[in-house]
Write a protein that binds this ligand. Structure first.
Ligand code: PLP
Length: 407
């Protein structure tokens, strides 16, 4: 894992000041990740759009903008958030899936870049906008990749994108409606370590690029892997950058055309910048298993239960304690196990447990299930910790509910 980390002392102080459970984000780490990307791909004409579905706190969006990164949105509401955060429309990309055409019309009214993922919406788009609005096409490259099936999006049975084998139909629609196809997009999945998977995606797009005379962009989506364990490696970005440089040079020489590469990294930008701090409510011993029950659950961090993600956990209250095995569990009315048989420094009630890699798809997937409050969020920048979202209060549980008088 990278050296740019918040210390246990900083995290404990934040828990003391703002309470637990709390999400903490480290601005400088976000910047370092973005710089790593721009450096790795400096050999090609590349543009980066942060996939903000990972974390949309408005302060994170504004910080992302301040470091020069653009933004990728998966819903029109995210587009509106991005505009509210101050992004220029040309720097906003809207890549949704299986949405109603009316949402695409709203995105077009807002004037942002649009990727379309179905033949039916492509046809509707062509009929309405013809050549007047450049558009991107989200293709399904039929490549199996990613951390697991739930986050693998480009395989031949996936719901995402227009299947590659339907490219003739895309071309028919483009011809009939005089579409201006500016961008070909793929997103193969999440947590892809193997550089060859990205190379395969490149091959797929280069093979069909010559069908699209007005093409300006190849969009490779997101999905770069970050390390989750101290002995684990993420995607070798420098190797990938070098490979892409060579492939783009080959393409330019062969077809005498220059294309820009777009990327939509989510996890890569914010995962390692995020920490989730919980406090231990109870310790239970049962038939040789020791449960450490924390003041959180799948309502705050669902990733381990949703798709088996691994989060390194540290007991920052007892770092020198003897190592024991624990099941770290939540307080929700389903089995919400964060970690099973995990070796951790002795855990006592009231100890603080920190979950690492909590910046992406952590708070963003949180809910009020069991009528529990969503956690607070804190941003650390220039060494200063500031609250960027208050913990919910009772009012949030009733928000938008209409209380009938005659019950
Ligand atoms: N682009 C698209 C279209 C996506 O669906 C996703 C994730 O679901 C991303 C980018 C970001 O992926 P990651 O966070 O793995 O980089």
């Amino acid at each position: 894992m990278s050296e740019l980390k918040l210390s246990s002392q900083q995290l404990a102080a934040i828990a003391g000041e703002f309470g637990t459970p709390v999400y903490v984000y480290h601005a400088e780490k976000i910047k370092a990740q973005y710089e790593r990307l721009t450096n790795a791909f400096s050999g090609i004409n590349a543009k980066f759009f942060y996939a903000c579905k990972a974390l949309t706190n408005i302060n994170i969006l504004r910080y992302i903008k301040s470091i020069g990164c653009n933004v990728d949105c998966s819903s029109v509401n995210e587009v509106e958030l991005a505009i509210y955060a101050g992004f220029e429309r040309k720097n906003i990309l809207y890549t949704s899936n299986n949405i109603h055409f009316s949402e695409i019309e709203r995105a077009a009214d807002l004037g942002v870049n649009i990727n379309i993922d179905s033949l039916s919406n492509l046809e509707k788009f062509g009929k309405k906008y013809g050549h007047s609005y450049p558009v991107g096409i989200r293709l399904r490259p039929n490549i199996m990749a990613g951390g697991n099936l739930k986050i693998s999006t480009g395989h031949a049975k996936s719901k995402f994108g227009i299947p590659l084998e339907q490219i003739e139909k895309v071309l028919d629609i483009a011809k009939q409606t005089n579409l201006r196809i500016q961008n070909l997009h793929i997103h193969t999945g999440s947590e892809i370590k193997d550089v060859e998977v990205f190379a395969k995606g490149m091959e797929v797009l280069f093979e069909i690029a010559h069908y699209f005379p007005e093409l300006e962009v190849l969009d490779f989506g997101g999905g770069f892997k970050v390390p989750y364990k101290s002995d684990e490696e993420g995607t070798d970005m420098e190797l990938l950058g070098q490979k892409m440089k060579e492939e783009f040079e080959w393409f330019e020489n062969k077809y005498n055309r220059k294309l820009q590469a777009w990327f939509e990294p989510g996890k890569f930008i914010v995962s390692e910048a995020g920490y989730f701090i919980t406090k231990v409510n109870v310790i239970k011993n049962s038939n040789g298993t020791v449960f450490a029950g924390v003041d959180s659950g799948l309502n705050h961090l669902i990733r381990p239960m949703f798709y088996g993600s691994y989060h390194q956990i540290e007991n920052i209250s007892n770092p020198a304690g003897p190592l024991n095995l624990y099941n770290v569990v939540g307080n929700i009315c389903e089995t919400d196990t964060f970690a099973e048989d995990r070796e951790l420094n002795e855990i006592r009630e009231e100890d603080l447990l920190v979950f690492y890699n909590a910046g992406a798809y952590g708070f963003e997937m949180a809910s009020n299930y069991n009528s529990r409050f969503k956690p607070a969020e804190v941003l650390v920048k220039d060494g200063k910790a500031q609250l960027i979202r208050k913990r919910d209060s009772f009012d949030h549980l009733l928000y938008n509910q209409i209380e009938l008088a005659d019950l």
